[in-house]
Design a protein around this ligand. Sequence first.
Ligand code: UDX
Length: 434
Amino acid sequence: MKIAVIGTGYVGMVTAAGLAELGHRVIGADKDGEKIGRILSGVVPIYEPGLDELLAANIQKGRLSFSAELNPVIRDADVIFVCVGTPQHADGSADMSQIEEVSRLIADNLDRYKLVVEKSTVPVKTSHWIKRTIGLHKKTDTAFDIASNPEFLREGSAVSDFLHPDRIIVGVETDRARDILCGIYGRFKDRLVVTNIDTAELIKHASNSFLALKISYINLISNICEKTDANVEQVAEGMGLDPRIGGRFLKAGIGYGGSCFPKDIKALVKIGEDLGVDMSLLKEADRINFDRVRLVIEKVKQALWILKDKRIAILGLAFKPETDDIREAPSINIIRELVREGARLRLYDPQATDNMKLVFSPEPGRLEYFASPYLAAEGTNALLLLTEWEEFAGLELDKIKGTMANPIIIDGRNIFAPAALRKLGFEYYSIGRK
Ligand code: UDX
């Protein structure tokens, strides 16, 4: 089987490398020739632990290559994984224009049977549109199948998620498509779940929205903890021991970000509402998440009162650790609000600084980027922790304290233990615990 993976974003890159690692012959393709040029010269366009090595090893074994020539890549492929972006429209719905563009290219190049697999997160019923588009535009009477194989990988652990999946959802409408996809994932046959296509498409949106809901739920509970003597971490631990609930994704904080949860929950709301379903449950989860920014700013004000000209160090810009991705990162809205209040910001992140500079350009004395957390903390009135990078848990807090103007830490991710920080002489604020 020759496999083409169209799109070289996070999902496309990991899928191409992962499928090659499973032993398949894979070509990753993207219309962005410059990007393909960089990949071919060994520059991986994203930071993802283990991806560089996986790419290099499979390119070297001759199982993986990349191309910007979409037509021949599609013609040559037996199976085409569609991993292009589905960005968001203002009304929350997904912009499907790139999926349509690829569908038309597939139609143009349908010279023999091909299986088209959607991997991008798409609204339920998208396969119907892909099928219709290919059917309308194909130039020969060639048969083809559509399948849905949603991707569940998490940024920061995407390679390991791909190679050690909890489950692989295979949504198909023919035996032929089922056999091909189950063959591709043969190594994981005990984790294959075969459904119809609508079900597979919905599993993805329903899973991500449920996880987002779980986070908003614990954040809501943390608001109650803050007004009482309850401790949200212990509440989450106590809840999570019930296997029906489970302890994961119960970490209270500054809210979820990233390329999936914020977008997917809004998309599912839109999908449901278009179908006449009352989606207030998910709308509320999204609103709770949005409100986390206000909560953080309130905590900063509780510590510093007037923010104008206060120097604040921000450690952690990425939406989560082990990634350089800042898409929908809560840090963006928090920084925007602090800038609006006139604070002077000193920013640090181990990986995401370059991306953040594209959103907030450096401005001497007002918003600056630093190469270490210690430099960022120098002379500041407070230090704000927004991403739980492991590096931060190991900070030499005495050293930090020595350089800060006021030893105040506002910990949006509950990295530190309150008692230990207070013992060190910090005024310490965290989420849902005293
Ligand atoms: C998510 C899904 O987990 C993955 O299955 C899907 O394929 C893509 O979307 P990702 O966006 O990479 O993956 O990150 P994830 O680890 O799920 O975290 C998402 C956001 O939720 C982050 O901002 C994180 O900080 C936040 N989060 C996560 C919490 O605030 N609390 C938690 O307990 C867990």
